[in-house]
Design a protein around this ligand. Structure first.
Ligand code: NZQ
Ligand code: ZN
Length: 389
């Protein structure tokens, strides 16, 4: 196991009706004037918006609001949010929605107290030294931004999608009420589950040895999501299954399962360019890319894929042919993705073969190789994208 530091200070309030505590939590974490940030309308349709507005008003907490965050959030709205936050002198950002809303909120929180262009953080030109506190009310189990130090933003001009990170961006509190996820369309539920699985896989596929504790934690989360997702696909109102998925989503990405080990992240970085270019739902893009990445790296570095097959998918070990065992694991993963309605190919998500070179250029814009489990060179990235066609 490698040396590590770990700091994860988010306060979680989990369960039915937990959003009722939002005013107390804002006060607890020093908020006296709030920017309420949300997405394209799902919270208005579900009634959550009215509920939060009433709670804040009843508690006497002044707020201004900015809706309209799109999936794969853009920098344009962040600039608007920064202007609004400064003009109104807010001291707290409340994100009500999914990963896109939370990431946009984190960007506003850091950008509104920074003198330069907030995109510096995403272009690697500056590091985040301070940020307004952020709280979240999560409405989709997926990105894990409710417990992560990460924000991912797409530059509207270049269509480059990049992350920035700082422990200062970890939410002060996150309210996780599984009931709020019952209104999700099935496609979003499935894409969210795929993203959760991949947050674990990016950590699980590692060359660091002797990491039994985090390996076993990863396997527990993977097995839970694999078991619970088909249950919610059949029965969207199944609270217990939703609850297990929601907590899995947090555990998958606040890095408790990833400490002390080298991590991969090639599938994610290759997907980010797919969703930036074609506005693909992030988890759906991962469903296309990840199995092709697995099949490709199997030829070069099979050992962790064998473990994935036997421990996660319960494939019996073929002592004479460990690679065949690993392949059965990948096939089981592919069958699972198909069962929950995820896409398989570029055609399924509207991506074009002609853009493979462009996406590869973006992935390798600042480095020579991508990923760590296998260090992919330019040709490797191109071949994996080509296998998605
Ligand atoms: O915008 P609204 O109307 O709210 O609709 C959203 C959106 O269309 C809808 N939705 C959310 N909750 C709902 C609901 N619809 C009905 N009922 C509900 N309860 O679902 C759609 C997707 O929402 P979004 O926030 O985009 O989903 P997700 O949480 O998957 O976030 C995806 C974004 O997070 C980034 C992704 O790249 C992508 O941009 N990621 C962020 C990470 C992080 N900050 O740590 C890590 C991830 O790997 C990921 O890259
Ligand atoms: Zn992800």
């Amino acid at each position: 196991m490698d040396n590590f530091t770990y700091f994860s200070p988010t306060y979680f309030d989990f369960g039915r009706g937990a959003q009722a505590h939002v005013a107390d939590l804002i006060r607890k974490y020093g908020g006296s004037k709030v920017l309420l940030h949300y997405g394209g309308g799902s919270i208005k349709k579900s009634g959550l918006y009215d509920e939060i507005v009433k709670i804040l008003s009843d508690a006497g907490i002044p707020f201004v609001e900015l809706g309209g965050v799109k999936p794969n959030p853009r920098n344009g709205l962040v600039y608007e949010g920064i202007e609004l936050a400064r003009k109104e002198q807010v001291d707290f950002v409340l994100a009500v929605g999914g990963g896109s809303v939370i990431d946009s909120s984190k960007a506003i929180a850091a950008g509104s107290v920074y003198d330069g262009d907030f995109m510096d953080f995403y272009r690697g030109k500056a590091s985040i030294e301070k940020a307004l506190p952020v709280g979240t009310i999560l409405t989709i189990a997926a990105a894990g931004s409710e417990g992560s130090p990460v924000t991912v933003i797409t530059d509207e001009e270049t269509l480059i999608k990049k992350g920035a990170r700082s422990d200062l961006l970890r939410p002060k509190f996150s309210i996780l009420n599984p009931e709020l996820t019952c209104t999700l369309p099935p496609y979003q539920t499935a894409a969210g589950a795929t993203d959760i699985i991949m947050h674990i896989c990016e950590r699980y596929f590692s060359n660091t040895e002797e990491v039994e504790i985090t390996d076993r934690m990863c396997e527990a989360v993977l097995k839970t999501v694999i078991y619970e997702t088909p249950r919610v696909m059949k029965d969207p109102d199944n609270y217990e299954a939703r609850a297990n998925i929601m907590w899995s989503g947090m555990l998958a990405h606040n890095n408790i399962c990833g400490v002390g080990r080298e991590q991969d992240w090639a599938s994610h970085h290759m997907e980010h360019e797919l969703s930036a270019l074609y506005d693909v739902t992030h988890g759906a893009g991962l469903a296309v890319i990840a199995p092709k990445w697995m099949r490709y790296v199997l030829e070069i570095n099979p050992h962790k894929l064998v473990q994935f097959a036997t421990r996660v998918w319960d494939i019996p070990m073929d002592e004479n042919d460990s690679k065949a065992t690993a392949l059965k694991g990948i096939e089981a993963f592919e069958a699972f993705l198909k069962e929950i309605g995820m896409p398989e190919t570029f055609a399924d998500v509207g991506a074009k073969k002609e853009d493979i070179e462009l996406m590869t250029d973006k992935v390798l814009r600042t480095k020579d190789t991508e990923g760590f489990y296998v260090k992919l060179k330019r040709d490797d990235v191109i071949k994996i994208y080509e296998n998605c066609v």
